[in-house]
Design a protein around this ligand. Sequence first.
Ligand SMILES: [Zn+2]
Length: 148
Amino acid sequence: MYCMKCGAEIPDGSEFCIKCGASQTDLPVPAEAEVYPAYDAVPEGSRPVTPSNVLVWAIIGLSFACTFYLSFLGIIFSAIGLKKFKAYNESGAPYSTKVKVGGILSKVGLGVGIALTAIFLLYLTFIVVWLVWMGRYLPLDEIFSEIF
Ligand SMILES: [Zn+2]
């Protein structure tokens, strides 16, 4: 074996270096680095899901969810975000704050998207019913001048 400090060749199993005297047992052991073999085996450029993927889909999803008129798109994009979130976690990839935030935003986007889409559909139904009701009493062009 060789001395951990000076590199001199010393007898196997030595507790101290015969040359510099350094202890061969007390030296701090480097902290075991976290290893993600499945994830690390895939080259960075060809990883199916990166933390940024998860976050970007989540932000797009939540943004559309909040638009009211296009909230149904928010449901779709948030669902994609959530799918990426699950795929990332199942790929054996290391913990990532971006991914955690992305997962939360995707769930919020899904909830907001579903709620606002439901309200939007009720609103549409109300408008249609109201138009049909008004149509019995007013000619169509007057109805439109009432709305716009
Ligand atoms: Zn030594």
